[in-house]
Every structure is written in structure tokens, then in C-alpha cells.
Design a protein around this ligand. Structure first.
Ligand code: HEM
Length: 343
């Protein structure tokens, strides 16, 4: 296999790490020195070779360990994966898109052989081989969405379209930035976005929903979102806030560079062929401040963004409590030089 997979943890001893290659391809989300919410949606046509945008579903050095972490979370709390009965077809659509994409984009890691509805799937990194009948759930060990998302990095929401709105009627959510599938399942686009400050007044959600409803098959889009996380923890869920919330109080000027992580979500949007649902994968990338600051233009820019950010966003994203320590640390990487627009 061409990719080497890290043996690492996202809890307990937090042995997660990024190699130099992973740092260089990290999706740094800021194209200017300040930040405010916007409808930052762009086509997802495939990107520069080696970048996280190159393939439809990025597979990287964290793959095997992330899937292990998902299995632990699901063992502890099966409600992280839910699918309302009318969403099974969307689950098959998602399974097809992922299996086809991965087998085409990573032929040394994944293979899919299809003979009519008789499919044969091989996932070499996880040691899985499965023969099944497409659209027949009795031939898989679990539902189609659960089956494929236990083998795919990132969280997933499947959205049903009706009454001019999108409804979060299925999902696999084990690496979320402090929101709960169990709470949001069955909600519509405006309901699940209600806790977000500022954006509604800026018209972001009205415009974003209009855009998504107009999406047709074969038009994939993406956007980046970001937040800050103490320790490289994937499962920062409200359900487990008692485990990770107190860790915010362990940040000091001495350890902030290793402990404080920039958490970037590569979110993509897919109109699904049979169900007409929308799939919303949310792929999480984590890098500690030390790693980020190995790239001088990133350290400089992150300092300015976090120093000047609207207090409501710092509060919502959960890092207001450590903002001063973070900004003081980053200041050493900001030489005051002007930065140009673009990443
Ligand atoms: C936050 C889901 C699309 C903008 C969130 C949250 C959820 C979510 C669950 C967390 C809310 C909370 O605090 O409980 C989704 C789903 C989408 C989608 C399932 C797919 C249809 C979009 C789009 C935009 C957007 C298209 C704008 C272009 C935002 C913003 C936040 C947010 C600005 C706050 C994020 C932060 O500051 O960290 N979204 N969203 N979302 N969403 Fe979406």
C-alpha cells in the first residue's frame, strides 16, 4: 500500500500526530487576515495533486486510527448513528458514491467489482472483504449508511428535501464540533443552525439553503469551516462534554503550542441519484499550533484572525476561555509583515 497509516489515539494518551506531509497538505482555512461567516461554497472538482481536495473522499495517514476511534464511540453510544426509515435509499446512494470514488481514486487500497446488483467490495487497510446485493439490506451486516461510514473518515449527514427545506433525517456523527445528531435528527436547516450567532442576520442561511436546494446531480460543492479544540480529540460531542470540557482548563503558556489544535472541517455537498437527498460529509483535520506555525504565513495569519475575531464567534467556537494564551503564543510568529489575499 502506498500510504503509511499512523498508529495513534484521539483520546486517553492522545498519541495523534501529523507527519510533515500531513502538515503541508493541511487545509488552512483563512484566505485573509480576518474572519466572519459567509456563504463560502465553491465547486469540488478535484484539486491539486497531493492536496486534501485532490480526491472526492480524502484518505490520509489517520484513516485506520480514525475508524478505530469511531468504533469505540459507537460501542459506547449507538445513537451516534441514526437513520429514519425513509432514508435507507439515500444510504445506498451514499454507499455507491463512496465505494465507486474510493476504488477509482485509491485502486491500491480499495476495489469494487460489480456484476449487476451483485457487488464485491474490498477494503485493504481495514482488512474487509464483503460480497453483497446492492439495495438488499439483508446482505450487509448493518444498514448501508452505517456500513460505509464505519469505513470512511469524517461525519455524515443525509438530508431529505421536502417542503422547500432540508431535513437532517440520517447521519453518522462521531467527530463533531460540539453538536449532537441525537438532538438534531428530524430538524430542518434553520432549526439545526439556530445556535449559530450572527449568521442568520447576515443572511448566510437563507442564501445557503437556496443554493443547496438548486443543486443538481453531478455538481459537487465544498466549503471549509473551522474551530479550536484542546487536545486532538475527534469526539467533542455535547454527550461527552464532561470528558473534554474540563480539558480546556489545562492549557498553559508552556503547553499551548502542543495542546491547542486548529480543527478544520472540509464539508462537501452531494445530490444523491435515486433518493434526491443531499449527502453532507464533514471531514475533520486537526493540527496543533506548533505544527501550524511551521508554515510562517499560517502562524502570522492565525495570530491576526484569532486576535481580532468577533467575541461572539470566539464564545460560540468555545475558545474564548483560552483566547489570550493562544494569541500571546501566536504573537511570536507575527512579524507585522503585510500578507496578501489567498492561502
Ligand atoms: C454550524 C449542519 C450547511 C454554515 C452547523 C452546525 C450544524 C450544521 C449541525 C452546528 C450548530 C450547533 O451549534 O448546534 C449543517 C448541515 C449542512 C450545513 C447538515 C448541510 C446542508 C451549511 C452551509 C453553510 C453553513 C451551506 C453556509 C454556507 C454554518 C455556520 C456554522 C454552522 C457558519 C457555525 C460554525 C462554527 O462557527 O463553527 N452546521 N450545515 N452550514 N453551519 Fe452548517
Amino acid at each position: 500500500m502506498t500510504l503509511q497509516f499512523n498508529d495513534e489515539t484521539f483520546r486517553g494518551d492522545y498519541s495523534y500526530y501529523n507527519t510533515d506531509r500531513a502538515i503541508r497538505r493541511f487545509p488552512f482555512p483563512f484566505d485573509r487576515d480576518d474572519y466572519m461567516y459567509s456563504v463560502n461554497i465553491e465547486p469540488h472538482p478535484g484539486g491539486p495533486e497531493g492536496s486534501v481536495f485532490e480526491h472526492r473522499f480524502d484518505v490520509d495517514e489517520h484513516y485506520v486510527s480514525e475508524m478505530r476511534d469511531r468504533a469505540i464511540t459507537l460501542d459506547e453510544d449507538p445513537l451516534r448513528c441514526q437513520s429514519l426509515p425513509h432514508m435507507e435509499l439515500a444510504g445506498w446512494d451514499l454507499l455507491e458514491i463512496i465505494m465507486v470514488s474510493k476504488s477509482e481514486d485509491y485502486p491500491d487500497l480499495f476495489a469494487l467489482h460489480r456484476d449487476g446488483n451483485r457487488w464485491h467490495w474490498i477494503n485493504r487497510p481495514l482488512g474487509i472483504e464483503q460480497r453483497f446485493t446492492f439495495l438488499d439490506p439483508t446482505t450487509l451486516p448493518c444498514g448501508p449508511m452505517e456500513y460505509i461510514t464505519r469505513q470512511t473518515q469524517g461525519d455524515f449527514a443525509l438530508l431529505d428535501e421536502r417542503e422547500g427545506n432540508l431535513w437532517m433525517d440520517a447521519g453518522m456523527v462521531t467527530s463533531q464540533a460540539d453538536w449532537s445528531l441525537d438532538f438534531d435528527v428530524g430538524m430542518n436547516f434553520f432549526e439545526w443552525h439556530a445556535p449559530v450567532p450572527k449568521a442568520k442576520r447576515l443572511g448566510v442561511f437563507d442564501r445557503a439553503l437556496k443554493f443547496l436546494l438548486a443543486m443538481r446531480q453531478g455538481q459537487e460543492y465544498r466549503r471549509l469551516n473551522w474551530t479550536m479544540t484542546v487536545n486532538p480529540r475527534l469526539d467533542t460531542s455535547p454527550e461527552n462534554y464532561h470528558k473534554w470540557g474540563p480539558e480546556k482548563r489545562t492549557v498553559t503558556p508552556e503547553n499551548v503550542g502542543r495542546k491547542q489544535h486548529l480543527r478544520v472541517e472540509l464539508q462537501t455537498f452531494w445530490r444523491l441519484p435515486r433518493s434526491n437527498a443531499i449527502a453532507f460529509p464533514i471531514r475533520c483535520y486537526l493540527a496543533c499550533l506548533e505544527d501550524i506555525c511551521t508554515q510562517p504565513k499560517w502562524g502570522r495569519r492565525l495570530h491576526r484572525v484569532l486576535r481580532d475575531i468577533d467575541p461572539a464567534l470566539a464564545e460560540y467556537k468555545g475558545f474564548a476561555v483560552n483566547q489570550k494564551v493562544i494569541v500571546d503564543y501566536l504573537a511570536q510568529f507575527d512579524d507585522g509583515a503585510p500578507t496578501s489575499a489567498g492561502i
